[in-house]
Design a protein around this ligand. Structure first.
Ligand SMILES: NC(=O)CCC(=O)C(=O)O
Length: 261
């Protein structure tokens, strides 16, 4: 079975939701010429990482993002893993990813569980406390958000739910590009699944440049497609039978020692 996945590496403008939503409309229309099954967006693609004071830029209940992503997934009949947005939920804000199926239904959500303390994200956002697995076109998928990538235990938990594809929306800076690539490939190799990693292009609110370099990676760690640091759309076919072939050669899941760790 094949799943064609596209990543939209959006050039995020800090604090300008309307502009970023307009850019998404344009880029998604362009991405659809490749006929992807699933499209992934970056972390906080509608406001950037992250304008202050955050309360002036939040999306109440993620309604604005949900309305747009539902419309676009239904219109183009494509699954959308909606990056993330700063959703006001009661009296707190969560960095939340909403997932849409081809009919425009929001079928899952995940709130970032590891907040990036060097940027004081933990002061502005509330951390999520659940692990999210969902199914797109019959394929088991999971999602983590940016800094979550540094915590392999979370990803391993998703792998143990037998996911085939891990989606990673991110806002990752150029100064740590080497970590971004290395960790994304490592998660693919150690868990023997596909990874779709979407970074933004542009800059953080403090002016630090974003690395771009969104990537589509197979379970052998091979990079099937990779962007540079500018605005970009990348696409690759994930041949999901590869996962089983690799697991029948090196079966790390059979050889694990959960009795030791
Ligand atoms: N948006 C983030 O979570 C940034 C993470 C990051 O820059 C890092 O882990 O390094």
């Amino acid at each position: 079975m094949l799943m064609k996945v596209s990543v939209i590496q959006l050039p995020v403008v800090i604090g300008d939701r309307q502009k970023n939503q307009d850019t998404l409309r344009t880029m998604l229309e362009k991405a659809m010429t490749e006929k992807p099954d699933t499209v992934l967006l970056p972390e906080l693609w509608d406001i950037g990482f992250y304008p202050r004071p955050l309360e002036n830029y939040t999306d109440e209940g993620a309604h604005s993002a949900k309305e747009l992503l539902s419309e676009l997934s239904g219109k183009y009949h494509v699954n959308i893993v909606g990056g993330s947005v700063a959703a006001k939920l009661g009296d707190a804000v969560e960095n939340i990813c909403c997932v849409f199926d081809r009919e425009g239904n929001c079928i899952a959500d995940y709130s970032k569980s590891h907040l990036f303390s060097p940027a004081k994200e933990h002061k502005a956002f509330r951390a999520g406390d659940k692990v999210t697995v969902f199914t797109l076109d019959g394929v088991n998928c999971g999602v983590i958000i940016c800094y979550d990538l540094r915590f392999p235990e979370l990803t391993r938990k998703l792998a143990l739910s037998d996911i085939d594809i891990l989606f990673i929306p991110a806002a990752w800076p150029t100064v740590r590009l080497a970590h971004w690539r290395l960790l994304a490939q490592a998660r693919a190799v150690e868990n023997q699944f596909f990874v779709a990693a979407a970074n933004g292009s542009g800059a953080f609110a403090n002016g630090m440049p974003l690395a771009g370099h969104s990537a589509l990676i197979d379970p052998w760690g091979e990079i099937l497609a990779e962007a540079d640091d500018g605005s970009a759309i990348i696409t690759a076919d994930f041949d999901l039978s590869v996962k089983e072939k690799i697991r029948s050669t090196i079966n790390v899941f059979a050889d694990r020692r959960p009795d030791l760790y």
